[in-house]
Design a protein around this ligand. Structure first.
Ligand code: ADP
Ligand code: ZN
Length: 217
């Protein structure tokens, strides 16, 4: 199964994708994680990417597509994948058609107020990228990753001003991509979340049930 997990920043793409990965045995390609790795390097590319990400702006398509192609090439033959954070522009969506076949779009529908609340209290493991929330998805030990023991930090783009930018870009540039996939008749699985404390497992189970109906899980 090749899927795109689609939704606003903070809608839970990373959280659900990592749980689906464990249940379905697919690879997850998380563009934001890849860029955060690239940003750690003191290279021309690292500095360039940082300039966009820290302002909440999109990284230019040429860079994104190049990174995606490299990552897709590493997936073993026959293994499926979930794309998290790609495509984010119509151009990226069109290019994807030439590189891979997409079987399903997993669409996350989350109201704005939940997104803002979640992003401002989100914490990430510096070591493995696992996602936590200091109010709704706490690690067992404060500031320590349950999975690997790494330290948790707040992303530099999880600040109110930058969050606003990211949501605006999602509405203007990313959301219109949905119509593109509708026209191509790619099936959708829609997952709704309208409570702040909804356990991720509940949402993941609903997604798995719907994927099963499409014979994809
Ligand atoms: P979120 O979905 O929570 O906003 P991500 O971790 O997916 O965050 O992405 C973080 C940042 O990385 C984005 O705000 C953007 O700057 C950059 N980025 C990630 N994916 C893409 C993409 N496909 N195209 C352009 N920029 C991207
Ligand atoms: Zn970790």
């Amino acid at each position: 199964m090749n899927a795109i997990i689609f939704g606003a920043p903070g809608s839970g793409k990373g959280t659900y994708a990592s749980r689906l990965q464990a249940k379905l045995g697919v690879d997850v390609i998380a563009m934001g994680d890849i860029f955060r790795e690239i940003m750690k390097e003191d290279t021309a590319l690292g500095r360039k990417v940082k300039g966009y990400v820290e302002k909440g702006l999109l990284v230019p398509d040429e860079i994104v597509v190049d990174v995606l192609k490299h990552r897709l090439a590493k997936i073993p033959k026959g293994k499926g994948f979930i794309l998290d954070g790609y495509p984010r522009t119509l151009e990226q969506a069109k290019i994807l058609g030439g590189i891979a076949k997409i079987d399903v779009i997993i669409l996350l529908m989350v109201p704005d107020w939940i997104i803002i609340e979640r992003l401002s209290t989100r914490r990430i493991c510096k070591n493995c990228g696992a996602v936590y929330n200091i109010r709704f998805l706490k690690p067992k030990v404060e500031n320590v990753c349950d999975k690997c023991g790494g330290p948790l930090y707040q992303r530099s783009d999880d600040t109110p001003e930058v969050i606003k930018n990211r949501i605006q870009i999602y509405e203007e540039q990313t959301k219109p991509i949905l119509q593109f996939f509708e026209k191509l008749k790619v099936p959708f699985v829609v997952a709704r979340c309208d409570a702040l404390d909804m356990p991720p497992e509940k949402v993941v189970d609903a997604i798995l049930r719907d994927l099963g109906k499409l014979k994809l899980a």
